[in-house]
Design a protein around this ligand. Structure first.
Ligand code: ZN
Ligand code: ZN
Length: 593
C-alpha cells in the first residue's frame, strides 16, 4: 500500500505552507525532516553557496516506491499525517506535504530513491517532471535542489546574505543533531565540513560535536520527574554563557520547540549564578503525554503551550537549582598551552564557534564608585544577624563545596591570591564581599527582621514632588522594613528609627538608596524588591576594588564567603573565585606533561 496519502483540505489550509520556501533554510529543514521521518540513521546535507546554488540531502532511510515518489511532488500529498490531532502523537516532523511541490516549483530538483525493491530517479524542472527512470537499489533517498528561486527574482532579492543564511542553517542542523543524537548528521558548505556528529545516541558526545570540547567538558547532567513530566538533559556550568539564547535547546518528546515561559524559568533557575543578559548552554528534553501539549502549527516554527505549566516549571526550577547547589562551581583558569595539548592529545578537531569567555568589557567591570577612605569599614562585618528572641548569632553551616584556603597576598588591591593543597585561587575582593553582604541583607529583609535602632539626630530626606508622591503611596514598604518616620513639611520625611541591618557607617546613604528603589521601581513584588535592595546595598556598601585590606581581613572575607549559599558568583552573576589547580600549574611549568 502507498505510504503517501492525500491530506484533507482543512489541514492543508491550516498549515500555511506557502511560507515554507522563502529561505534556503526552510528547504533544508523540509528535506532533513523528510529524512528523519524516513527513519534515516545518517543524514548528509551538502550545500553550495549556503544552498542558493545547490542543496543536496542524502539519507539511508526507508526510501520510496515509484508511486510514492511521484505523489511526493503533487500538492497536498503527505505520508505522515492525516489530521491535526496526529501532529504530536506520531513520530513525524515534516507535516507540510505541500513543501516538496513548492520547492520543486521554484527550482530544479532531482530525486533518487529506493525502498530496496525498486529504484526511482526523477528530474523536475520548475515543478514539471522531465525525466523518470529506474535506478540502482541502494536504500535511501537523495534529493538535490539546484538553482533555487531561479524563476522568482523577487524572492531571490529577499534572501538574506549568504552568511546569515548559512548561520541559520547551521543553527538548525545543530539543534536537530541535539534532538536526534542517534542520527549521524553531516553538514558541508562549499566542501567545508561544518558538523559531523557521531550518531551513537550519546547526547553529551553530540554536544561535543556541536559546541566543541570546552562546552562539553563543562556540562552537567540533569534529570527530574513528577506525575506529569520527565525532564532530562544537560546544563552548562554557570561560568559558561553566551550573549544570546541560541545556546538553549528545548525539546518536547525530542522535537525542537519554542516556549518563552520555559526559557524564562531556566534563566531564573540560574539566577545570580550568571550575569544578566547572559545565557547558559542548555539541552533539555521534556517527556510528556502529548495530550498535555497544545501545538501552534506554523510551518516555520513550533510554539507550544502546556496545560499543566506550573507543574513543569517547578520541576525544571527544582531540578536545576538542586544541581547547581550541589556542585563546586569554581571556574578553572584555562592556560592556553594546556588547551592546545589537550586537543592534540585527544585528537579532537575543535572549531571555535563562539568566544566562550566573551563578557563585554562593560559587563566585566562594574562601575564602582570609591567611597571616602575613612568610610571604608568592611560591611561584611556589619550586619550581625540576631534572631528575634534569642539575640544569638545566626549559625551558618560551613559550605563543603569550598575547601578552606589561605591568603598569601593581593594583586592590584583587588585580587586576593590564596592557596590550599588543591591549588591556587584568585578571589575578587569586591565580588566576594558583595556576595556575603547580599545574602545577609536578603536574609534580613526576607525574614522581616524587626530589630531597629533609634538614631540620635533624625535624618531629613527631601525629594522632588513627583518622587515624594510615589513614596507616599508606598509608605507601607518603609513600615515593613522597620523604619519609623514622619512627614515633615513639603515633600520631606524625617527618619527616627531604622533597621539594624543597615550598614552602621553609612546609614543615610543606604536609606537614600532604598528610597530610590521605592520611587523608581514599578514592580513591588516583595521578593523582587528585597532582592533589588539587597543587590544595590551589597554593591554600594562592600569593599571596592582598590581598597587596601589586611591579611586578617582577607582571611575573614574567605571564611565568610565559604559560609554563603552560593559562594561562586556575586549577585550580578560574576565569578568570585577562579582556580588554578595544582595540576594546571605543573603543566604550565612543564613539571607534568
Ligand atoms: Zn558591585
Ligand atoms: Zn557584582
Amino acid at each position: 500500500m502507498s505510504k503517501i496519502e492525500i491530506m484533507n483540505e482543512d489541514l492543508a489550509n491550516k498549515i500555511a505552507a506557502g511560507e515554507v520556501v522563502e529561505r534556503t533554510m526552510n528547504v533544508v529543514k523540509e528535506l532533513v525532516e523528510n529524512s528523519i521521518d524516513a527513519k534515516a540513521s545518517i543524514i548528509k546535507i551538502e550545500l553550495i553557496d549556503s544552498g542558493v546554488k545547490e542543496i543536496k540531502v542524502t539519507d539511508d532511510g526507508i526510501g520510496m516506491d515509484k508511486e510514492d515518489s511521484l505523489l511526493a511532488f503533487s500538492r497536498h500529498a503527505t505520508s505522515k499525517l492525516k489530521t491535526l490531532d496526529d501532529l504530536f502523537n506520531i513520530n513525524s516532523l515534516g507535516f507540510r506535504g505541500e513543501a516538496l511541490p513548492s520547492i520543486a516549483s521554484v527550482s530544479n530538483v532531482t530525486l533518487k530513491t529506493s525502498d530496496g525493491k525498486t529504484g526511482t530517479y526523477l528530474r523536475l524542472h520548475g515543478g514539471e517532471i522531465v525525466e523518470n527512470k529506474s535506478c540502482d537499489l541502494k536504500k535511501g533517498t537523495t534529493i538535490t535542489v539546484t538553482n533555487l528561486f531561479y524563476n522568482t527574482p523577487v524572492r531571490l532579492k529577499y534572501l538574506r546574505s549568504l552568511y546569515t543564511e548559512l548561520a541559520n542553517i547551521s543553527d538548525y542542523v545543530n539543534k536537530m543533531a541535539l534532538s536526534y543524537p542517534n542520527i549521524k548528521f553531516i553538514l558541508v558548505n562549499n566542501d567545508k565540513e561544518l558538523l559531523n556528529t557521531s550518531g551513537n545516541g550519546d547526547l553529551l558526545k553530540t554536544i561535543l560535536n556541536v559546541y566543541g570540547m570546552v562546552v562539553a567538558s563543562k556540562m552537567l547532567f540533569i534529570e527530574g520527574e513528577n506525575d506529569d513530566y520527565h525532564i532530562k538533559g544537560y546544563i552548562s556550568y554557570p561560568e559558561l554563557t553566551k550573549s544570546n539564547r541560541s545556546s538553549m535547546t528545548l525539546l518536547i518528546n525530542n522535537r525542537v520547540v519554542r516556549n518563552n515561559e520555559i526559557i524564562k524559568c531556566i534563566l531564573e533557575s540560574f539566577h545570580t549564578y550568571i550575569p544578566k543578559d547572559r545565557y547558559p548552554y542548555v539541552v533539555l528534553n521534556i517527556e510528556v503525554d502529548p495530550y498535555l501539549v497544545d501545538v501552534n502549527v506554523h510551518p516555520t516554527k513550533m510554539e507550544v503551550k502546556f496545560s499543566k505549566i506550573a507543574s513543569l516549571l517547578s520541576l525544571i526550577e527544582e531540578t536545576i537549582s538542586k544541581k547547581l547547589s550541589s556542585k563546586t562551581l569554581i571556574p578553572k583558569a584555562i592556560p592556553t598551552n594546556i588547551e592546545d595539548n589537550y586537543y592534540k592529545d585527544n585528537n579532537i578537531v575543535f572549531e571555535v564557534n563562539d568566544n566562550l569567555y566573551d563578557l563585554d568589557p562593560k559587563e566585566k567591570i562594574e562601575r564602582e564608585e570609591r567611597p571616602h577612605l575613612e568610610e571604608i569599614k568592611f560591611t561584611f562585618e556589619e550586619p550581625v544577624l540576631k534572631d528575634e528572641e534569642g539575640e544569638k548569632e545566626e549559625e551558618f553551616k560551613e559550605d563543603p563545596r569550598i575547601k578552606n584556603m589561605y591568603p598569601v597576598g593581593i594583586v592590584h588591591e583587588t585580587y586576593i591570591i590564596c592557596e590550599n593543597e588543591n591549588g591556587m585561587f584568585i578571589i575578587d575582593q569586591h565580588a566576594a564581599a558583595e556576595r556575603i553582604n547580599y545574602e545577609k541583607y536578603y536574609h534580613a529583609l526576607s525574614t522581616h527582621s524587626k530589630n531597629t535602632i533609634d538614631v540620635l539626630i533624625p535624618y531629613k530626606i527631601e525629594l522632588p514632588s513627583n518622587e515624594y508622591l510615589v513614596l507616599e503611596k508606598n509608605f507601607a514598604i518603609l513600615d515593613r522594613l522597620g523604619f519609623k518616620y514622619e512627614e515633615f513639611g513639603t515633600n520631606t520625611i524625617i527618619i527616627r528609627t531604622h533597621p539594624t541591618w543597615l550598614p552602621k557607617y553609612a546609614p543615610l546613604e543606604a536609606i537614600r538608596k532604598i528610597i530610590d528603589i521605592i520611587v523608581t521601581n514599578e514592580d513591588f513584588d516583595e521578593d523582587k524588591f528585597n532582592e533589588k535592595v539587597s543587590i544595590t546595598l551589597a554593591c554600594k556598601m562592600s569593599i571596592k576594588a582598590g581598597d587596601a585590606i589586611s591579611l586578617e581581613d582577607m582571611t575573614y572575607l574567605i571564611n565568610e564567603l565559604r559560609k554563603t549559599k552560593n559562594p561562586f558568583t556575586c549577585p550580578h552573576g560574576r565569578p568570585t573565585i577562579i582556580a588554578y589547580t595544582k595540576y594546571d600549574l605543573e603543566k604550565l611549568f612543564k613539571r607534568a606533561m
